[in-house]
Write a protein that binds this ligand. Structure first.
Ligand SMILES: [Zn+2]
Length: 382
């Protein structure tokens, strides 16, 4: 039976967390991984995304590990970057957990995924079971809006099924995630002396208040949410506020519902503009409102019957893990890859409290995740 080597898996992980790779500083990590992947027998190709997104690394890695079985390649993907503070990580192994020394993050997000990928290839190389070709994708700068995945050269991928290794608990397989739109508003009112002639002005903050009072904000429905998080405007208390900027966002697991919410939000600002249009000294004045709604990323939507989902569920059962399909309120590389037709659910690896200095890796779950990935890879025969 083909099994992973848990000791080697842990050692690989401990090595990876000591290579600093905060977002946009993935150069050393990329170089290390390219070396390891080549040693394991992969054909390694690095794209040119680094320059485009401002990283000190050349780009995303796409490595191909040839399998004896003909058919489509199975994809495994993790990101190379970490959040801050991620420099000089000193891992500690205690009570079946790995933690940092408390002054930095651990970086198990997402070096646990990279370690599992390397361990899978080690195992396949050593034991030579029958399997399809594996393609490994290591991305840059996932933590800042998935910039690496957005600039990946998808033409190099020879398959569409696979796993993203970048989730928390091993009991959760993410198959759904929202589409997200930013919502930036600039309201130009009309300045006037607040003490002498306020009626001659249009207060940008009052226009904003009117629009927001008409608007559905917060939880819209089971799948959709909306929030305004930043407001900036004004410079003096005795001036009717001439300009205000608002920044918000809307998210939905259903793109049609997101479109509907964005339209509703725009309508509320249009109504507010109308309500504050008036005649002053014989001429019409009105607020000028500009709205931008760039899409941050699209939905993650992997069907329940996608090969990677079915195989991961079966592999989890075999390894004694109760794996559940889940929806996330946030985004990850899987969202971006889904937009390119890749059906890659996101598996949890035993990482907890990520993005904090209390981040830890549960070694039992970590080993279970590695076993699930290995069994999924071995069972894939499209
Ligand atoms: Zn991550």
């Amino acid at each position: 039976m083909t099994k992973i080597n848990e000791k080697r898996l842990l050692n690989t992980f401990l090595k990876l967390v000591t290579i600093d790779s905060e977002s946009l500083h993935e150069g050393a990590m990329q170089a290390y991984l390219v070396g390891e992947l080549k040693k394991l027998g992969c054909t390694v190709w690095v794209d040119k995304a680094g320059k485009k997104i401002g990283s000190d690394a050349q780009g995303n890695i796409i490595a191909t590990f040839k399998g004896p079985r003909a058919g489509k390649a199975f994809l495994l993907s993790s990101h190379m970057d970490t959040v801050k503070p991620g420099k000089g990580v000193k891992p500690r192994v205690q009570n079946n957990r790995v933690t940092s020394d408390g002054t930095t993050i651990l970086g198990a997000d997402d070096k646990s995924g990279l370690a599992i990928i390397l361990e899978i290839l080690h195992t396949l190389k050593e034991t030579k079971p029958v399997h399809n070709t594996i393609q490994v994708v290591c991305t840059l700068n996932e933590e800042n809006g998935m910039a690496g995945a957005k600039n990946l050269d998808y033409s190099k991928l020879k398959g569409c099924d696979g796993l993203i290794l970048d989730n928390e608990s091993v009991t959760e397989l993410l198959v759904q995630g929202p589409e997200v739109s930013d919502f930036k508003v600039c309201i130009k009112g009309v300045a006037a002396h607040a003490g002498v002639c306020p009626e001659k002005g249009i207060s940008a903050v009052e226009v904003a208040a009117k629009a927001l009072s008409l608007m559905k904000i917060g939880r819209i429905d089971k799948q959709t949410v909306c929030n305004f998080g930043i407001i900036q405007g004004g410079g003096a208390t005795n001036v009717v506020m001439p300009q205000l900027e608002l920044k918000g966002e809307a998210r939905s697991l259903c793109p049609k519902k997101l479109d509907k919410q964005i339209k509703h939000m725009k309508d509320c600002f249009a109504k507010a503009a109308k309500a504050f249009t008036k005649r002053v000294d014989g001429r019409i004045i009105k607020p000028e409102i500009t709205i931008e709604t760039p899409r941050r990323y699209g939905t993650l939507n992997v069907p329940k019957n996608a090969p990677a989902v079915k195989l991961a569920l079966a592999a989890a059962k075999k390894n004694g893990v109760k794996l559940k399909l889940a929806a996330s309120g946030g985004g990850c590389d899987a969202n971006v890859m889904c937009q390119h037709g890749l059906l890659m659910p996101n598996l949890g690896l035993g990482v907890q409290k990520c993005h904090t200095t209390e981040e830890y890796l549960d070694l039992k779950e970590f080993a279970q995740a590695a076993a699930i990935v290995l069994d999924t890879v071995l069972a894939y025969d499209k």
